[in-house]
Write a protein that binds this ligand. Sequence first.
Ligand SMILES: [Zn+2]
Ligand SMILES: [Zn+2]
Length: 95
Amino acid sequence: MNSVLQTKKECFFCKTTRNLHRHHVLYGSSNRKQAEKYGFTVYLCLNHHTNGGEAIHRNPNGPLDRYLKELAQKYWEENNGTREEFIKTFGRNYL
Ligand SMILES: [Zn+2]
Ligand SMILES: [Zn+2]
């Protein structure tokens, strides 16, 4: 499914259109599949994804990671279901 969190193909944080990766906002084993299903993906540049000092995969639970997870859960609670259902689907509460 296309992203429900972003409409343009650009880095979510810095807006560059170079070296983009598709990032699953909820990641790890089963979450990745569910994130794909519900459109909780964003494009990130290499720096914001894996390489830079602030990169999401170098700072699990850091500010950028938390920001996207909270955004996904807020979207879910407005469009998909209850908080309990979010926790059931993604394993925890971010709000
Ligand atoms: Zn970026
Ligand atoms: Zn990623």
